[in-house]
Design a protein around this ligand. Structure first.
Ligand SMILES: *Cc1c(COP(=O)(O)O)cnc(C)c1O
Length: 435
């Protein structure tokens, strides 16, 4: 498969170049040259296939022959080494739980898949590559774990001091090895700006080979298709229709689901549920795309004002808003509704939501009510993180009911190791040059 830049369709690269570069030199996102179609027989019989075969079938044409079959199958097996259960919450409402991976959020899948691909492409290179990434919390942990001990790769993570949760900080700062955490005295936007400046700095690039692991990278974006296929596999024999509500920030996850639908997966409708950072819900109503500034919320992984991947969604619909509206609804909810839903769903259904999942639940509920969907429709919201990741800010009545999974309990005792840097590009450049 070849990829073109969404800024310039004449700029065409291989899968390898798209993965290693992350973003096109003209700052466009890469997009596959054509959309492959699933075979009807595969979709009709999806429940008879094992998860690894389903993932391989979905991703094969996007990779082409640039990674040999056995290697690609191994990367997939390493990526999907934990379950993706669909849990009934109430009636025909289900949670697709994406938090059973090592860092308790869905980003583990994209980060691991990308690490596998990058590790393969760099296998004969002696010059180490530096993965430079800014995180508001979840990306950093997933990238750190995904790339931990990958030969020839070092990872440098910038995170805003005091603005990530306790568990998120432990996940970033306790691995060591080829992972370094830079604790920046500033906001997430400052971290992102410093990283972007580094990518534009030719002098720095001459000194160290940089790549990005943010969700714009095709190797992080595309494997997220797997979730929707694996959910459909679990629901197909009980329901003819499925609606997915996806808590959305940078819109990479939902865009992968919409790609799977474009390939033939029979999804009735998508709901992009957001917090008060509502650029897309407003766009869907008015046709005007006016990002503004991000507002901090309880669902901090979705505090994004200008979602990078939305241009990919538009591309899937040939930039036609009426066509997009037939498949996508986008609804915004504030923190008050989010916290109230977490309490209510616990009280009524004994299901513990995290704030992102709560936003997804709200969007699903509102959409299903408005459209009057019957019991032939499975409503699925994506539970994108384990509630313990956001225990610090959970409603007081829930705090002592959130269970810490065993696999992260030991993290709290580990010593944090981070390099403190001011919110200043020169400090980052000096550090990268010296280390
Ligand atoms: C990153 C993240 C999101 C947003 O996903 P996008 O692909 O950026 O839309 C939602 N929930 C959690 C827990 C996340 O970490």
């Amino acid at each position: 498969m070849k990829y073109f830049s969404l800024q310039n369709k004449q700029h065409i690269v291989s899968f390898e170049d798209a993965v290693v570069q992350g973003l096109a030199p003209d700052k466009g996102l890469y997009f596959p040259e054509r959309i492959p179609a699933f075979e009807k027989d595969f979709l009709d019989n999806i429940e008879k296939h094992n998860d690894l075969d389903i993932a391989y079938t979905a991703i094969r044409s996007f990779v082409g022959d640039e990674i040999p079959e056995a290697t690609l199958r191994q990367i997939i097996a390493d990526t999907l080494s934990f379950p993706f259960p669909v849990q009934k919450v109430a009636g025909d409402i289900y949670a697709l739980e994406l938090f059973h991976g090592p860092t308790l959020a869905f980003k583990d899948v994209g980060a691991r898949f990308m690490a596998g691909c990058l590790g393969y492409f760099r296998r004969n290179d002696t010059r180490p590559v530096t993965v430079l990434v800014a995180t508001s919390g979840d990306t950093g942990g997933a990238v750190a774990h995904g790339f931990y001990n990958v030969p020839g790769v070092r990872v440098v993570i910038l995170y805003p001091s005091g603005k990530v949760s306790t568990l998120q900080e432990k996940q970033l700062t306790t691995l060591n090895g080829n992972i370094t955490a830079l604790e920046i005295a500033g906001t997430f936007d400052d971290c992102q700006r410093m990283v972007k400046t580094a990518f534009l700095d030719a002098e720095l690039q001459a000194h160290c080979l940089l790549t990005s692991a943010n969700s714009i990278n095709v190797a992080r974006w595309l494997p997220q298709m797997f979730y929707y296929l694996l959910a459909w596999k679990q629901l197909k024999t009980s329901y003819p229709n499925v609606v997915f509500s996806v808590p959305s920030g940078n819109f990479g996850n939902i865009c992968a689901g919409m790609m799977a639908a474009a390939m033939g997966l029979p999804v009735t409708h998508f709901v992009a549920s957001t917090n008060v950072n509502d650029t897309v819900p407003r766009f869907m109503q008015t046709g005007q795309y006016t990002p503004g500034q991000a507002t901090p919320t309880l669902s901090n992984a979705m505090d994004v004002a200008d979602p990078s991947n939305f241009v990919r969604i538009l591309e899937l619909f040939s930039n036609s808003l009426p066509a997009l509206k037939e498949k996508l609804t986008s609804i915004s909810f504030d923190d008050k509704a989010t916290a109230a839903t977490m309490e209510q769903v616990w009280k009524e259904h004994q299901y513990m939501l995290d704030p992102h999942g709560a936003v997804g639940y709200l969007g699903l509920q509102q959409y299903l009510q408005q459209t009057g969907a019957g019991n032939d429709t499975a409503g699925v919201f994506l539970e994108t993180a384990h509630p313990v990741k956001f225990a610090d800010t959970a409603p007081a009545s829930l705090q002592d009911k959130i269970v810490t999974p065993e696999r992260v309990q030991s993290l709290y005792a580990l010593e944090k190791k981070a390099v403190q840097l001011p919110n200043d590009y020169k400090a980052l450049k000096d550090w990268l040059t010296a280390n």
